[in-house]
Design a protein around this ligand. Sequence first.
Ligand SMILES: [Zn+2]
Ligand SMILES: [Zn+2]
Length: 346
Amino acid sequence: MALANITRAMVLEGPGLPLVMKSLPLPVPAARQVLIRVIACGICRTELHILDGELPHPKLPLVPGHEVVGRIADPGAPGGRFAMGNLVGVSWIGYTCGACRYCLQGAENLCEKGLFTGYTLDGGYSEYMVAHEAYCFPLPTGFDTADAAPLMCAGLIGFRSYAKIPSSAVKIGIYGFGAAAHILIQVANFQQKRVYAFTRKGDVASQQFAMKLGAAWAGDSLQTPPEKLDAAIIFAPEGSLVVKALEDVDKAGTVICGGIHMSDIPSFPYSILWEERSVSSVANLTRKDGSAFLQLASEFPIHTSVKTYPLLRANEALEDLRHGRLQGAAVLLMDPLTGNATPSAG
Ligand SMILES: [Zn+2]
Ligand SMILES: [Zn+2]
């Protein structure tokens, strides 16, 4: 199949501006890069933080998107990692130096020179994109769908957050029940955990969604759970939830902040941190996390609930995410670019 010489992409030209459709020259893979024909790209809350100027120094102009599922359209120089047509996923981690002190101690997620897909590298809101081959995840057959796209960040970052809590934790609170939570609850249930789902006040639809997915309890984030929790994972970008989660966890409880940006955390009495409770954040992910999660995802079927949008309607999808108008995850489809949105439940 002959390649087009352009790629249509939704482009951010500056913080605070809506994305605009552009026809860009087809990107040419550099050494150890591949060209990918994007099938689907999930929408992550991080995009809202980039659009709103809450994350500093994005590449500009920028093609956002870091939950990419696609096929290799140009495997690059001979002897590379992939062949034409291979199915791959691309996540937030786009490049690391391999030489800094973090990379050398197995913490490439903290690399001093790390580059991130759809933030400091162009991403997947585009028909085609290039990626460093070492940071593409080979995907099994059957992952060539919109349903697989949210696994690439909501799944992976959610899993890194989950992996940070002690394996002995059974009663786990999840604060913010969106794309990451609806995947993570399936992993937690598979491992015999009990999930307590906290949503925005009055968001009965998300609470029902959580219960349908097997939550032990669901309520709004101001409510006290029926029992003390062993651990809490916060996905909502709301700093006051750190305080609430500390109040909800039992002695030695762990609170993990899974997002890249959060509003300020209000001051709180030391007594809710005392008794060896702890608060930590998760930053980015390592390729090892990605492989571990994708291995787990192949051991039992993870079902994602997605609402699909054609690429051209990315702005609408982002606003639906911002205003909590969807359950699960929003995913952009490259083909057709302009068709009507077709909701599908996976
Ligand atoms: Zn993300
Ligand atoms: Zn490094």
